[in-house]
Design a protein around this ligand. Structure first.
Ligand code: F6P
Length: 315
């Protein structure tokens, strides 16, 4: 799409047309579209659960579990129905699920409802998806062909990135269509917000020094407790850093490499940012098991490189 496109025209471009225009190949286009559509059904479930929660707040834990499971069920069924997906790895499943007959092109990972514990607070939550061309037990850099996330907030938005074709944002409109809101999102080399996970008392010395550096430089604190909205904020505000570091008692941090970190690293890289575990790129880490976790520094190049300096100083 040319730069001269008017706002009016942009808001008329729906997801399928935009993917066709930037050159996403047909099967991948259809798969991304079908996944994006599940956002509507998952969002309907969130609304349903909140209606129940309004009267029975003490049932919240059970409702949250049910919501996680039904989001997973919705996604799994939709992917199976698509006919393009061989294997499905989900945060809600103990093992990889075989969906196809063995000839399908794609391997999909999902965190169907990340941050579901925030539903009762009415903060934004999201769905995170990775799309691979080979088994997921490898390096993301070698296998990933696309990634996307959906945010369920005041608006439902979807951001996807397809290999070499940029990162783009869409908003679900009242007619139930995803319309283009930002094409080729670019993150600045240096931003002004930081989003730090982990309790201060559990942090390591080098990480604490890194946070002090950011604070002294005047970075503004922006942390919601939901990975999807926190990353989305950095992307849409075009800069800053999110981190969930190694903790003294859990050197691998909290977030899951396959379900959470790889897809977000893929999207942020396509927007010109970077993502590391403090040393190595997230997409260079080999996935050995579904539960694998890694520390993460993700966002603008300057802040992520600065973290690497602090973490490697004196080693
Ligand atoms: O992994 C689930 C998750 O809720 C993420 O969405 C979020 O970034 C993180 O955990 C928040 O962790 P904490 O509650 O320790 O800040």
């Amino acid at each position: 799409m040319g730069e001269g496109i008017s706002d009016y025209t942009r808001f008329c471009v729906d997801l399928r047309r935009q993917m066709w225009m930037v050159g996403v190949e047909e099967e991948l286009r259809r798969l991304i579209w079908q996944i994006a559509i599940t956002g509507k059904y998952i969002s309907a479930k969130i609304h349903e659960s909140n209606r129940k929660l309004a009267g029975f707040r003490n049932l919240y834990g059970e409702e949250q579990l049910a919501l996680d499971r039904s989001s997973d069920e919705i996604l799994k069924n939709q992917l199976q129905y698509s006919g393009f997906v061989r294997e499905y790895a989900s945060e809600e499943q103990d093992a990889v699920v075989l969906l196809g007959k063995g000839r399908e092109k794609y391997f999909v990972t999902a965190d169907p409802l990340d941050g579901s514990s925030l539903v009762d607070t009415n903060l934004a939550i999201g769905t995170i998806i990775g799309i691979h061309k080979e088994s997921v037990f490898s390096r993301g850099r070698d296998t990933m062909v696309a990634a996307l996330y959906i945010t369920y907030g005041p608006l439902i938005t979807m951001v996807y990135a397809a290999a070499g074709l940029g990162a783009h944002e869409f908003v679900l409109n009242r007619e139930g269509e995803y319309v283009l809101s930002q094409e080729n999102i670019r993150i600045k080399d240096r931003g002004s917000i930081y989003s730090p996970g982990g309790l201060r008392k559990d942090l390591t010395e080098p990480h604490l020094k890194y946070l002090e550096y950011l604070e002294n430089e005047g970075y503004k604190l922006r942390y919601s407790g939901g990975f999807v909205p926190d990353i989305n904020q950095i992307l849409i505000k075009q800069g800053g850093v999110f981190t969930y570091p190694a903790l003294q008692k859990s050197p691998k941090g909290k977030l899951r490499l396959l379900f959470e970190l790889q897809p977000m690293a893929f999207i942020i890289e396509h927007a010109g940012g970077i993502a590391t575990d403090g040393r190595e790129d997230i997409l260079s880490l080999k996935v050995e098991d579904l539960e694998q976790r890694a520390p993460v520094y993700i966002g603008s190049r300057f802040e992520v490189e600065k973290a690497r300096e602090f973490l490697t100083a004196g080693t």
